[in-house]
Design a protein around this ligand. Structure first.
Ligand code: 5GP
Length: 194
């Protein structure tokens, strides 16, 4: 079991067979030491890829992304879920459907912070149905930049996100892969097996 799986087993709560609550270290309170290790692991996995930027989505993707950006020595930009008052002019936008909220949102990032030619590591806290990840990839491609791959803190392997991203040819690195949340117990995939 890796360090993150241990933290998830100790701190995580299966709210249902679909939803994992991890608000003691990732989604509400943040554990900087766990985030630092997460950032180091993403950096180790992508160090040879010539990453020039980390892209994530507010708000829970920011902490692991900042740690990865620090390790890789590159800036971090986060897509917004709502337009900010100071965000004007040229925006890259993508539609993202949320299965948990049952609504579609438009995410955006300023063209100033995502440019053609960049090599982008896309990081998010969870991978479920892959909608957020694909929306972020759309922003990168709209900018004329390249997706080097995805860094996911917690993947729910029983949902379709990973498959969708692999089918599009993307590299997906998930630090913890949850096989099941059934009956209130959290289990992980073993050595890449489903
Ligand atoms: P997707 O777009 O892959 O369906 O869902 C990814 C987004 O939904 C993540 O950015 C995360 O915010 C949220 N999410 C999906 N499943 C879970 C879950 O089981 N627990 C938590 N805390 N967030 C989730």
């Amino acid at each position: 079991m890796n360090f993150l799986e241990e933290v998830i087993l100790k701190e995580g709560q299966a709210l249902s067979d679909q939803v994992l609550k991890v608000d003691s270290f990732l989604n509400h309170q943040i554990d900087p030491q766990v985030m630092q290790k997460v950032g180091q692991e993403f950096a180790r996995l992508y160090r040879s890829e010539g990453i020039t930027k980390v892209l994530t989505i507010e708000s829970s993707g920011i902490a692991p992304s900042v740690m990865a950006g620090l390790e890789l020595g590159v800036p971090v930009v986060f897509a917004r879920k709502r337009k900010s008052l100071t965000q004007n002019g040229d925006l890259l936008t993508a539609k993202v459907y949320s299965f948990t909220k049952e609504e579609e949102n438009e995410i955006s990032v300023s063209k100033k912070w995502l440019k053609a030619g960049e090599k982008v590591l896309v990081i998010d806290d969870f991978l479920a149905h892959g909608e957020a990840a694909l929306g972020l990839a759309n922003l990168v491609e709209e900018a004329g930049a390249e997706v080097a791959g995805f860094g996911i803190v917690i993947e729910k392997s029983f949902q379709s996100g990973r498959e969708k991203l692999l089918k599009k040819g993307y590299r997906v690195e998930s630090l913890a892969r949850v096989a099941s949340l059934s009956n209130g117990s959290i289990t992980f995939t073993r050595n890449g097996q489903e």
